[in-house]
Design a binder for this molecule. Structure first.
Ligand code: R5P
Length: 287
């Protein structure tokens, strides 16, 4: 049985189709005081696969509820798929008195999961925060499929050095082009400064690849540099299209040709599904 969190209903349905397994009819409710309630149908003792992106505090609580509910309903094993893991960027105590929020979340999830599957977590080291066994899925290569076939002398660029492997995966899946990266310094949650790479973007189609687009500050800064450097079309791609606040507007104003994301976060720009990658990972951990 595939059990969707409220934010991952389309992805969970695609995973159920890919695995030829039933999709649970979860009921999502909220009490007058704001508390959430996620309820599942009965199980006949099998394995439950909870698929729940944790892009909000409510989504985190709901995931913990679903893990508990499926056991109450009779599941004997729980595989938890977190397509996008929120709080992953809080992976250290950056100042005195700060929590390691990602660790706190990972410990909480581990109390109810036998296995955990993460799709392109912000850092792979996050796996060590979980007490349950973690499988990491790399779905970045999926971002190549929605790109036009006629990219001119394409340059696949990451906005910082840590995402250059993602850019490499998309370039490889696309089949041609060059890979490079910008240097990035973050000044605040919404202010970033990027420095252009060595590669000359003038007259070329550029595909920027990142793991997350949240406020759009990183991506729009990169796009602005490329536009002033004379790039032709600029495509913004990411695994997790969070697109909070006015991110979409920032990207449009910066002059992107198109933004492409996956369905780890279900948005209008989710042009490609990670379901085949998730299904293969769940199959592998439950053999
Ligand atoms: C940071 O290291 C990530 O890879 C992304 O570049 C970042 O999370 C994007 O955030 P924003 O869209 O708010 O600039």
């Amino acid at each position: 049985m595939i059990v969707p969190g409220a934010s991952s209903q389309a992805l969970a349905a695609a995973v159920a189709t890919a695995m030829d397994e039933p999709l649970a009819a979860v009921e999502y409710d909220r009490f007058p005081d704001g508390e959430t309630l996620a309820a599942v149908p009965d199980f006949d003792g099998g394995r439950a696969v909870v698929v729940a992106t944790t892009d909000s505090n409510d989504a985190w609580v709901e995931l913990l509820q679903l893990q508990d509910a499926v056991r109450e309903a009779g599941a004997d094993r729980v595989v938890t798929v977190i397509p996008y893991m929120g709080y992953a960027r809080q992976d250290a105590a950056f100042e005195d008195g700060h929590p390691v929020s990602a660790r706190a979340m990972a410990k909480a999830v581990s109390t109810g999961a036998d296995r955990v599957v993460l799709v392109n977590p912000h850092e792979e080291d996050l796996a060590s925060f979980f007490d349950a066994h973690v499988t990491i899925v790399d779905a970045a290569s999926r971002l190549a499929a929605p790109l036009p076939d006629d990219l001119d002398d394409p340059l696949f660029l990451s906005p910082d050095a840590s995402a250059v492997e993602l850019a490499g995966s998309v370039r490889e899946a696309y089949g041609r082009g060059e890979t490079d990266y910008f240097e990035k310094v973050r000044h605040s949650g919404t202010e970033v400064e990027v420095t252009p790479s060595d590669a000359d973007a003038a007259g070329r189609d550029v595909v920027i690849v990142d793991d997350i687009v949240a406020t759009g500050s990183t991506m729009s800064e990169a796009v602005a540099h490329l536009q002033s450097g004379g790039a032709a079309r600029v495509f913004a791609t990411c695994v997790h299209p969070l697109l909070v606040r006015n991110a979409r507007t920032k990207l449009e104003r910066a002059g992107i040709e198109r933004i492409v994301g996956t369905d780890t976060v279900e948005r209008a720009v989710s042009a490609v599904s990670v379901a085949p990658n998730v299904a293969a990972a769940v199959d592998a951990v439950t053999q």
